[in-house]
Unconditional design. Sequence first.
Length: 328
Amino acid sequence: MTLLKKTSALLGATVMTALVALGAGSAAHADDRLKGKRVIFVPIAMGISLTEGWSRRMAEQAELFGIEYEVRDAAFDMKAMSELFASAINDKPDIIVAHNPTVQLLARQIKKAEESGIKVMQINLSSVQNSTAFVGADWNRIGREIAEDIVKQCGEGSGKSGKVAIVPGQLTAADSVLMNDAAFEVFKGHPEIEVVSNQASDWEPEKARQITSTVLQQHPDLCAVFGHWGVHTIGAGNAVKDAGKQDDVLVYATGGGNRLICDNIEQGVIDRYWSYNADGQGRDAATMMRVILQGAAPKEGEMLRVDSPLIVITEENYSPSLCWDMPS
């Protein structure tokens, strides 16, 4: 089952249209407008493939066009993240790139930044508060597609129990909120599907392993595990492997498609993986950064938006080339 359903057409329909509208036919003219502009990236944490991949691409473009680029790492500390975002507002850059840990945490600050003239680009995890732009995964689509596949594999006529364990990173994170909403909407039409667990792992593989191990003891006929991020879902997949149930329980995950994930798909720890390719997201974010700095703006009440292309990686279509490597 191979899904290469989206290309960068949406990028062409939004960002590139904005470039044409701005009359950005001259590279030199673009250079004049970009040189000396300031961008601050506030990630949940550096040191993981997603944020390192995004930052690498934005830093490359910043260096090329003379943009001042800075990273302020919250290191998984939510209080520190709010403080770092507040200090970024006080420093008045042209753009703040926000990696929202939850849908609410930075909402007021994003609004404050925009009202003060600072453009905010949200990356991959969105807030309830709109901003100038969003670059990232279409979580509604991913949640719906995974739920539909779970119904196909575990639902009526499958001969399986229909029991599903969901392992979010955090229940209030944007990806978890949107994927769960979309998945439960699908499951409503299929009463044979039973969600027997929906416990957050706090993004920790060991905690995901413990949760899944407990669920398997309580429900040895479990049909599927739906993990919300590949890295912590590796822990859930290892629990399935340790229980000797790799042939019985399908492990679903999502993520940025780095080499670690392909290794675990190859080893059968993860069965079906919705990849939004973090390296590609970084290139899209870098393009969006430049477009905003050249004056592109959304219609009132909307955001400039680039939804990441998706590739579904399974045992049937697996190839090492479907994942990417961070240069050493």
